[in-house]
Design a protein around this ligand. Structure first.
Ligand SMILES: NC(=O)c1ccc[n+]([C@@H]2O[C@H](COP(=O)([O-])OP(=O)(O)OC[C@H]3O[C@@H](n4cnc5c(N)ncnc54)[C@H](OP(=O)(O)O)[C@@H]3O)[C@@H](O)[C@H]2O)c1
Length: 255
């Protein structure tokens, strides 16, 4: 990561899912490029580790929050903003995946993915775009979606739906917020090895992992590959990119 540019100097951004994987890497990259970052997740020790890894923990704020408790999101973020000051940007990276065939895609299981991947992001967006929270000059919202918003896969019906909802909502949100100079974009990663893709997390066997990996022409990705793209999309200098969905997948969806 290039540390010589400080595009985010003086900007405060919130990263959900900052306690591991892609969200952690994005939070670190933002701080290293001058931002002040609110790290949101449920696990305190892991959030503290992210803060330490930024090398500038004084520009991080830890917010322990279970985002599945949707009603708590707006009050928590509003209170946080009244304490810290206005929030320029949001990267909704918290997410869950459960591989389920159609026969096992019961409402509660599918709802859990839609609520965290989509609805929690919506509540975070609602919170940071309040007129007493967002700077009058505008802001930037980035949703971490997935290649599964664009292509299907067996066992991913609920997950695909949750990511598809993100893409559709982001386009509408981009139009609604353009007048306030708030840009809204998505980033759709292919397979990146994180806690989510560990066998324990996704119940994927090594064989399944290898099969998916083989379908990435440039190989599987690293969280840093996604973080570099996220910095670009969130960058306050990128004033003309909105409603876009940047696929970062080593060529996965080309076939
Ligand atoms: N890895 C991939 O291959 C891949 C590919 C495409 C898209 N994505 C997307 O990228 C995003 C990050 O994935 P990842 O691979 O980095 O996964 P990860 O390492 O499992 O991280 C998931 C993050 O979500 C947070 N989270 C989960 N449930 C939460 C809850 N109820 N409340 C608050 N935070 C919660 C976790 O924090 P706590 O446990 O501390 O709460 C953790 O920081 C997800 O949206 C995922 O769908 C990943």
């Amino acid at each position: 990561m290039n540390h010589s540019h400080h595009h985010f100097d003086g900007q405060r951004l919130l990263v959900s899912g900052a306690s591991s994987g892609i969200g952690r890497e994005i939070a670190i990259a933002l701080v290293q490029h001058g931002a002040e970052v609110i790290l949101v997740g449920r696990r305190q020790a892991q959030l503290e580790e992210t803060a330490r890894l930024t090398g500038a923990a004084e520009r991080t704020h830890l917010q322990i929050l279970d985002l599945s408790d949707l009603d708590r999101i707006v009050p928590t973020i509003t209170e946080l903003a009244s304490r810290l000051g206005r929030i320029y940007g949001l990267c909704h990276c918290a997410g869950v995946v459960q591989t389920l065939p159609l026969s096992a895609s019961k409402p509660d299981r599918v709802r859990a993915m839609i609520e965290l991947n989509f609805m929690a992001g919506l509540e975070l967006a609602r919170a940071i775009t309040r007129r007493d929270v967002l700077p009058e000059t505008g802001g930037s919202i980035l949703w971490i979606s997935s290649v599964y918003a664009h292509v299907g896969a067996p066992g991913q019906i609920g997950y695909c739906a949750s990511k598809g909802a993100i893409g559709a909502a982001a386009r509408a949100m981009a139009l609604e917020l353009a007048g306030r100079h708030v840009r809204v974009n998505c980033l759709s990663p292919g397979m990146v090895r994180t806690e989510m893709t560990d066998a324990s997390g996704s119940r994927m066997s090594q064989e399944q992992w290898d099969q998916i990996a083989a379908r990435h022409p440039l190989g599987t990705g690293e969280a840093g590959d996604v973080a570099r793209a996220a910095l670009f999309m969130l960058d306050p200098a990128n004033t003309w990119i909105t409603g876009a969905d940047l696929v970062v997948d080593g060529g996965y969806i080309l076939q």
